[in-house]
Design a protein around this ligand. Structure first.
Ligand code: CP
Ligand code: NVA
Length: 307
């Protein structure tokens, strides 16, 4: 049996495939906005496995599959045998015989890699400790909608070198843009963990204001990601000077956008005046999770579909 196409990290898709997905997203979004039904995945089933909490990811995958004509099943560690130690390889064998596509939100990347290696159907990463590829798919689509191609542009990442940061760095390599990263000491990028080919597409800055200078997009995320809650108090102290505030946005390009994957903590990683201000596109960004993931599921199940 030929192994299915998975989306476990951003670089699993080529630039050509991403261009196709962004084109399809535009069309799929137009159909949705015009209340025109589009059911290419009639009778297909998506299984969503959550080992961490979620609002946007669950909603966008579940609604997205429904809108494409299929159905979605929600499984969590709490109410399935996955929470009682069933080997991930066994779960993959069983689950993938009963459905057409699987989305997983879990802890270590290794868990989703092992699942995918034993799955008969495409597996999509809905967030791991290392990566959040579906988020950056939506973020880049949002950038393109507002400003056009991202090639050659500069994205400033302010804060933790977490799963979202790692994914921005991979995306910069695939789509050829630059990332200016500023993290507090001790939280720097780990290129191997980020799955990078090199260091050509990002630059690290000790001063977050310098990282923001001239950037076309400024973005950040919570200081403490899910699974790292024990470090919360220490992180609050360490990240104090890494808040994206109005002053920092003034260092960016005049028409710079602000993005945040959400959920956000106002007055921690971002000042309310920024996230609720005119440069912020966070609601478009959240909505685009729906449209980009519909294009992704269409591609993984049907290949390149033309309108
Ligand atoms: N951005 C994001 O993935 O949100 P959820 O945790 O609500 O799914
Ligand atoms: N970095 C955050 C993203 C949440 C969507 C986390 O992993 O908790």
């Amino acid at each position: 049996m030929q192994s299915p196409k998975h989306f476990l990290q951003f670089k699993d898709l080529s630039r050509n495939e991403l261009d196709h997905l962004f084109e399809r997203t535009r069309w799929i979004k137009q159909q949705f906005k015009a209340y025109k039904p589009y059911h290419p995945l009639f009778d297909r089933t998506l299984v969503m496995i959550f080992e961490k909490q979620s609002t946007r990811t669950r909603l966008s995958f579940e609604a997205g599959m429904h809108q494409l004509g299929g159905s979605a099943i929600f499984l969590s560690t709490r109410d399935s045998q996955l929470g009682r130690g069933e080997p991930v390889e066994d779960a993959a064998q069983v689950i993938s015989r009963m459905c057409d596509i699987v989305m997983i939100r879990t802890f270590e990347q290794d868990i989703i890699e092992r699942f995918a290696a034993h799955s008969r159907v495409p597996v999509v990463n809905g967030l791991t400790n290392e990566y959040h590829p579906c988020q950056i798919l939506a973020d880049i689509y949002t950038y393109i909608e507002h400003r056009g191609p991202i090639q050659g542009k500069t994205v400033a990442w302010i804060g933790d070198s977490n799963n979202v940061c790692n994914t921005w760095l991979q995306a910069a390599e695939v789509l050829d843009f630059n990332v200016h990263v500023s993290t507090p000491p001790g939280y720097e990028v780990e290129p191997e963990r980020a799955g990078l080919y090199g260091t050509d597409h990002y630059e690290e800055f000790s001063d977050p204001m310098e990282a923001a200078r001239g950037a076309h997009l400024v973005t950040t995320d919570v200081w403490t990601s899910m699974g790292f809650e024990a470090e919360n108090e220490e992180r609050k102290r360490d990240f104090e000077d890494w808040q994206v505030d109005v002053e920092m946005m003034k260092h960016a390009a005049r028409d710079a956008l602000f993005m945040h994957c959400l959920p956000a903590h106002r007055e921690e990683e971002v000042e309310a005046a920024v996230i609720d201000g005119p440069q912020s596109v966070v609601w478009d960004e959240a909505e685009n999770r729906l449209h980009t993931q519909k294009a992704l599921m269409e591609y993984l199940l049907l290949g390149k579909v033309n309108a």
